[in-house]
Design a protein around this ligand. Structure first.
Ligand SMILES: NC(=O)c1ccc[n+]([C@@H]2O[C@H](COP(=O)([O-])OP(=O)(O)OC[C@H]3O[C@@H](n4cnc5c(N)ncnc54)[C@H](O)[C@@H]3O)[C@@H](O)[C@H]2O)c1
Length: 277
């Protein structure tokens, strides 16, 4: 038998799993054998009147119909795994606590946390960065990941096994033109990752970050086309990555195969950080 990523018997929580990378992560973890709960502010059966307050990307997703939380949970069910789509805002500690409590009650544990929920729609150079979107980005990308990690920590500690994967970005390692708030939150996540790795090491919990370059999700296509083209041109592989490229790396980091890997920021970037020419 070949070397295999086997997550059977594990229960995963993927935040922001309604579309894009989170959806690919959820499906891939399920294909590897895990039961997967998707937590997102957007689910199909929700009336959607709240999209307004979550920013332009949430409004576009609602208007254009790319909200797939429940559809993804159903797909996972068809793979023979347990799944659920939960409406949960990672900035709301009560909702996060309640989501984790219900997962433990219904599924028995939370072994894997993928902190994927994020905001990518605040694009403006410093003078024009909107203070309220700066605050929103900190709350969702950074505090949201902290909230979720803190909520699952004691369960993972009790079981002596856990995997936390944080979604950083090359905007956090290289800087992002017109992305002051986003870049600051993604750099912050790398600090959180290393700290949780240190504290989790003696508890059987690993914590790693994925550092994606440009991945062709709905959110990427929502961005400025000229900027996107320039970013592709400076990627050594001269193309955007696929959500599956990220999901494969996450599945590996969540498996026993990666048991001695913790505190890393793994570039999944086609070499955008290289001296491309
Ligand atoms: N696509 C890329 O090129 C790229 C590159 C680097 C990093 N990333 C990171 O990967 C992650 C996913 O990116 P994507 O391209 O799939 O983006 P996306 O906007 O398509 O997906 C983000 C998801 O998070 C959800 N979300 C937003 N705020 C939330 C909240 N408060 N609580 C719960 N869910 C919330 C959204 O509804 C959405 O389903 C993000 O953290 C992003 O920063 C993406």
């Amino acid at each position: 038998m070949g070397l295999e990523i086997d997550l059977s018997g594990r229960v995963a929580l993927v935040t922001g799993g309604s579309r894009g990378l989170g959806r690919a992560d959820a499906l891939t973890l399920a294909r590897a054998g895990a039961d997967v709960v998707i937590a997102d502010i957007q689910i199909e059966s929700d009336s959607g009147t709240e999209a307004e307050r979550y920013g332009p990307m949430a409004q576009a997703a609602r208007a254009r119909g790319f909200v797939y939380s429940e559809a993804t949970a159903r797909e996972i069910g068809e793979l023979g795994r347990r799944s659920a789509a939960v409406k949960c805002d990672v900035t709301d500690r009560d909702q996060v606590g309640e989501t984790v409590r219900r997962i433990v009650e219904q599924f028995g544990s939370v072994d894997i946390l993928v902190n994927n929920a994020g905001t990518l729609d605040h694009l403006a150079q410093l003078a024009d960065q909107a203070p309220e979107l700066w605050e929103r980005d900190l709350r969702v990308n950074l505090t949201g990941s902290f909230n979720c990690a803190q909520a699952v920590w004691s369960h993972m500690k009790e079981r002596g096994w856990g995997r936390i994967v944080n979604m950083a970005s090359v905007a956090g390692t290289l800087g992002g033109f017109g992305q002051a708030s986003y870049s600051a939150t993604k750099a912050g996540l790398l600090g959180l990752t290393r700290t949780l790795a240190l504290e989790g090491a003696r508890l059987g919990i690993t914590c790693n970050a994925i550092v994606p370059g440009i991945i062709g999700t709905e959110a990427f296509h929502f961005g400025n086309p000229e900027m996107n083209e320039r970013m592709v041109r400076r990627t050594a592989m001269r193309r955007a990555g696929e959500p599956q490229d990220v999901a494969n790396a996450i599945a590996f980091l969540c498996s026993d195969l990666a048991g001695y890997i913790t505190g890393v920021g793994l570039n999944v970037s086609g070499g955008i950080e290289l001296f491309t020419f």
